[in-house]
Design a binder for this molecule. Structure first.
Ligand code: G3P
Length: 217
């Protein structure tokens, strides 16, 4: 499973990228707004830091301006993935970009029917929002499962990018269901590796080692 970080905060990205475990980054207009910074400068900095796909979302809702904005975002760096919403115009724009060989992440996906159209439009990634479905009492993970099932039947190239992650369990369950990618808030990478038994076991190892009086170096 590829792990993307879902943030526009460059320092957070840098602090985690040292692990070598970050396969990409996703941003959206809300995350850019939260950063308080210019989108073009921010996406350029992120693309310089992370070599994998960096999603930059258009803010236009009409096809013509989606194309103009998307081409501007795509020109920032070769690893920009243009993010478009799963709307009629977003699907049209996705088809144009994908036909031009440009990476597209189709976002705000909440149904398998939407995901089917995004794959037909040549999306590089589809972003089903698990958490926002769960927030309204639906079942986001069922959507991941259904999309991965449909995509496997027709051998679509579109990668399932589990998004709107609310817990480490969402990541694990998405992996179990075959999602290609999970885009996670930075705090969840730490939550993934942190375990009290690891900490205790290490302390016990080092206490016993100290008694030997030995050093390795
Ligand atoms: O960035 C896309 C998605 O991960 C947003 O998640 O937490 O705003 O529902 P959230």
């Amino acid at each position: 499973m590829e792990l993307f970080i879902d943030t526009a905060e460059i320092e957070e990205i840098k602090s985690l990228n040292v692990t070598g475990l970050i396969d990409g980054v996703t941003t959206n207009p809300s995350l850019i707004a939260k950063s308080g910074r210019n989108i073009l400068e921010t996406i350029e900095e992120i693309c310089n830091e992370v070599s994998g796909p960096v999603s930059a979302e258009v803010t236009a809702t009409d096809f013509d301006n989606m194309i103009l904005e998307g081409r501007k975002l795509s020109s920032i760096a070769q690893n920009v993935a243009i993010k478009v919403p799963l709307t009629f115009d977003g699907l049209r724009a996705c088809k144009v970009f994908s036909d031009d060989g440009i990476m597209v992440n189709v976002t705000l996906c909440f149904s398998s029917a939407q995901a089917l159209l995004a794959a037909k439009a040549g999306a590089s990634f589809i972003s089903p929002f698990i958490g926002r479905l769960d927030d309204i009492g639906s079942n986001g993970l069922n959507l991941i499962s259904e999309i991965t099932e449909i995509y496997s039947i027709y051998d679509f190239d579109t990668k399932v990018l589990a998004a709107s992650i609310r817990s480490v369990q969402d990541i694990i369950d998405s992996a179990k269901m075959g999602a290609d990618v999970a885009t996670i808030p930075p705090k969840f990478l730490k939550a993934m590796y942190n375990h009290p038994l690891t900490d205790k076991g290490l302390a016990d190892f080092l206490a016993d080692w100290k008694k030997t009086g030995q050093t390795i170096l």
